[in-house]
Design a binder for this molecule. Structure first.
Ligand code: FAD
Ligand code: MLT
Ligand code: ZN
Length: 472
């Protein structure tokens, strides 16, 4: 067990407010947003500065105690949840919420790791700028978590993932040293680009304490449409049409199966269907421009007219006014939460080349329906990035536990199919604890060896978020 003396030394660093040991207060830090993973911990430490983070990590390292970094705890693969030993310390960044600087000329913002994503978007908007990362969890997830998972979301098509949005990092290394890499440079060819080691590392190589992020010109006009489609193949064709016509103005292109939308209609407050009859697939398309009068509505209508002419689209609505735009996004963003009302949701966050998506869905759906007749396949996601959330729910009258027991077998079906199309078993959520063993079967052995070498170099004692990412 962790010694009372260790807790006393941690309290000396972070103060009374920074140390949580009461079981009732610990609870919220010990399981994830979905309640899919649960652990236990000796304490939660909440440092308020980079120096405090460094001191905490040094103390834990000296005593051989493992540290689990945690941001908003919205991760979907158990990366921020401690193990069951009760010996680990959760290091929450929630008291590090300062926007350190906004530089509109350099188009950068410097923030601490615990700043909530939405607060960064708002700080950028207050300067007439845009911070474009956009996720359903943006009201709770933090910049440290976004960097550590290399978060994607609904605007990757235009602006890239978190990796593309970061210019510099400040990181506390597993031995407590601080790497001061907070540079706001768009060009810096002085050797290996170390920040990329920590982005997407899910807290296994160090604790990110601050970052310099890119800003963009504010978007002043938007056009949003909801399009009904007969097939995934038609959705991919529509993507080609819109992209060819609208180029960089295309910011979002989100696919949803009818099953996904039905869950939101059933459980989402105020959600309503847009067309008289159900369609097998829907796409939410969004264009954006920095000009206030960019004529985006007309441009989108031209793209849709071409889609109708080529018999790609079945029906479409171009949103009129911000209330309707919000309602369309609520239909899309509500899927993840709505699925939780339908029993266990088995999540598979995969990517394949855009050109393979239609064949991939056809083949995977067929295999899943053969394995579990009546299975509800909740496919949706960022199809413009080749990224689908291939989530599964039990048959309508199925049993929760019986379905959960088949999780590994059903996961194999999805991942084997993904792999046969040269895809990845994690597009944006990471490996955490859920896919840590699985990755050994789908990733090149040399790549895994190099990853182990990097881990060994930075964290030879394996005390930084052990049991995550790397296969045991
Ligand atoms: P946490 O869950 O707290 O942690 C995630 C991982 O990062 C853990 O391994 C943790 O140890 C590590 N970590 C956290 N902070 C630090 C730090 N400062 N230093 C080092 N390591 C750290 N994700 C997407 O990519 N795209 C989406 O579209 C998307 N939509 C979502 C919608 C909903 C409704 C929900 C609930 C989640 C969604 N997610 C999505 C997943 C999740 O929100 C992201 O992974 C997010 O980036 C996690 O941020 P967080 O602060 O909650 O991190
Ligand atoms: C989303 O895009 O909504 C999430 O990344 C997917 C999920 O919650 O499975
Ligand atoms: Zn997603």
């Amino acid at each position: 067990m962790t010694s009372p003396e260790l807790l006393e030394r941690l309290r000396e660093v972070v103060g009374e407010e920074g140390l949580v040991t009461e079981p009732a207060q610990l609870d919220g830090y010990l399981s994830d947003w979905r309640g899919a993973y649960r652990g236990t911990a000796a304490a939660v430490v909440r440092p308020a500065s980079t120096e405090e983070v460094a001191a905490v990590v040094r103390i834990c390292s000296g005593d051989g105690v493992a540290v689990v970094p945690q941001g908003g705890n919205t991760g979907l693969c158990g990366g921020a949840v401690p193990d069951a030993s009760g010996r680990q310390v959760v290091l929450s960044l929630e008291r590090m919420r300062r926007v350190r600087a906004v530089d509109p000329v350099n188009q950068t913002i410097t923030v601490e790791a615990g700043v909530v994503l939405q607060a960064v978007q708002e700080a950028a908007a207050a300067q007439g700028c845009l911070f474009p990362l956009s996720l359903g969890s943006e009201g709770s997830c933090t910049i440290g978590g976004n960097l550590s998972t290399n978060a994607g979301g609904t605007a990757v098509l235009r602006y890239g993932t978190m990796r593309d949005l970061a210019l510099g990092l400040e990181v506390v290394l597993p031995d407590g040293r601080i790497w001061h890499g907070l540079r706001g440079l768009r060009k810096d060819n002085t050797g290996y680009d170390l920040k990329h080691l920590f982005i997407g590392a899910e807290g296994t190589l160090g604790v990110v304490t601050a970052a310099v992020l890119k800003l963009f010109p504010a978007v002043r006009s938007r056009a949003t449409a909801w399009v009904a489609l007969p097939s995934v193949r038609a959705a991919v064709e529509l993507f080609g049409i819109v992209r060819a016509l609208c180029g960089d103005r295309l910011t979002g292109f989100e696919l949803m199966s009818r099953q996904s939308v039905e869950f939101v209609l059933r459980h989402g407050a105020g959600a309503r269907d847009l067309f008289g009859a159900p369609h097998p697939w829907y796409v939410l398309v969004e264009l954006g421009d920095t000009l206030p009068e960019a004529g985006l509505g007309g441009l989108l209508e031209s793209a849709l007219a071409e889609a109708f002419e080529r018999e790609v689209a079945g029906d479409a609505v171009v949103a009129s006014g911000s209330a309707q735009v919000d309602a369309l996004w609520a239909l899309r963003e509500g899927i993840s939460e709505a699925q939780n009302f339908e029993g266990p949701s088995l999540k598979h966050d995969v990517t394949v080349p855009v050109s393979s998506i239609a064949d991939f869905v056809e083949r995977t759906d067929r295999a899943l329906r053969e394995a579990v007749p009546g299975i509800r396949i909740v496919v949706y996601g960022h199809i413009g990035d080749g990224n689908l959330h291939y989530n599964l729910s039990k048959p309508e009258d199925g049993d929760d536990d019986a379905f959960r027991r088949r999780a590994d077998e059903l996961g194999r079906i999805v991942y084997d199919s993904t792999s046969s199309f040269d895809g990845s078993i994690s597009a944006e959520h990471g490996l955490g604890q859920s896919k840590r063993e699985l990755v050994a079967d789908y990733k090149d052995a040399l790549e895994l060896d190099l990853m182990r070498g990097i881990k060994q170099l930075l964290d030879p004692r394996g005390l930084m978020n052990p049991g995550k990412v790397l296969p045991g």
